[in-house]
Design a protein around this ligand. Structure first.
Ligand code: SF4
Ligand code: SF4
Ligand code: SF4
Length: 312
């Protein structure tokens, strides 16, 4: 019997997602027995998905340049089922934070302005590198996506579950739960008067980190990772992206702040005031999902205006 085949296409990545596949450990031989692994760049030295097509295509990484748009369309055409694999592919991921700057600003910084750059003629490479797009995109901006496996990187347990479902012809779906729903820490009272930087205060190992004043994105983040960060007493940074009902992590998180802040104005500033005082609001609330956020256009326009000295 012919085995189902798998191809993994990589776009703008750090390779962590591919390493997560190798982290399947004892499950890996079983997966490799059950599928015909046709293409994965971290293991094979060629750069073209198989022409004859595959059963399942994984795409890791967001879309940053024109060559990646072509590669993405090729793997979509050649895959019966396409999976957005990892936060970068699904939401733009951390590289999506580059969308706070224009393409020209990025090129200027990288090839001319950095202290370590020696480029007396100010040449920006354009002949042997694919042209950059104006911004980083999640792959769903260009092609139909059948399944999303979020995470930075996706946990090996979920990778194994997804592959098993696809091999057995079953639907794969993450439960509609947030990270908070799976978190073992106790959450019970409105107690925050201000937010504090991670690592600057002793942690109560039993109590919700958000209620201790740390920015934890558990309330607005899709569950499925078994709350692995708060379980280890580190705040959730949101790498599973928003749940279906949340849509936008930043908008919902600003609302969630109100649920833990003491509402008495004599004891604490208003939630809006607290939000205004959070340094790096975008990096805190949209670290993995800026490129897919409903805020992205407004943010980009305002950042460009601010840089031009126009009142936003
Ligand atoms: S999702 Fe995370 S691990 Fe995967 S490519 Fe992006 S940055 Fe790397
Ligand atoms: S906010 Fe964070 S620490 Fe608190 S319950 Fe949710 S996931 Fe756990
Ligand atoms: S707890 Fe949050 S940041 Fe940590 S793995 Fe889960 S979704 Fe990602």
């Amino acid at each position: 019997m012919t085995k189902p085949s798998l191809a993994v296409e990589t776009l703008s990545i750090c390779s962590g997602c591919e390493i997560a596949i190798l982290d399947l450990h004892q499950a890996l031989p079983g997966v490799l027995d059950a599928i015909d692994l046709k293409y994965i760049q971290v293991l094979m030295d060629f750069r073209e998905p198989p022409k004859e097509g595959v059963t399942v295509g994984f795409v890791s990484g967001g879309v940053r340049n024109e060559e990646q748009v072509e590669l993405l369309h090729k793997i979509r055409e050649r895959s019966q089922i396409l999976v957005a694999f990892g936060a970068c592919s699904a939401f733009g991921g951390i590289p999506g934070l580059a969308n706070l700057h224009t393409k020209d600003e990025l090129l200027q910084e990288v090839y001319i302005d950095t202290v370590s750059t020696v480029n007396p003629k100010g040449v920006i490479p354009h002949k042997v590198v694919p042209p950059l797009l104006e911004e980083v995109h999640p792959i769903s901006d260009f092609v139909k996506v059948d399944y999303v496996l979020p995470g930075c990187p996706p946990p090996p347990k979920l990778i194994a579950e997804l592959v098993t479902c696809l091999l057995e012809g079953k639907e794969f779906r993450l439960e509609p739960k947030t990270v908070c729903d799976q978190c073992p820490l106790t959450k019970d009272e409105k107690s925050v008067t201000n937010f504090i930087r991670w690592g600057t205060k002793k942690i109560d190992p039993e109590r919700c980190l958000l209620e201790q004043g740390f920015q934890c994105l558990g309330p607005v983040t899709q569950g499925g990772c078994e709350a692995r960060c708060p379980t280890a007493l580190a705040p959730c940074r949101g790498c599973f992206g928003p749940t279906e009902s949340v849509h936008d992590q930043a908008a919902k998180m600003i609302g969630a702040i109100g649920s833990v802040v003491i509402q008495d104005p004599t004891k604490a500033p208003a939630p809006e005031q607290i939000v205004k005082e959070i340094p790096d609001l975008v990096g805190t609330y949209l670290r993995f999902s800026l490129a897919a956020s409903t805020f992205k256009k407004a943010l980009h326009t305002n950042v460009v205006k601010m840089k031009k000295g126009v009142k936003a």
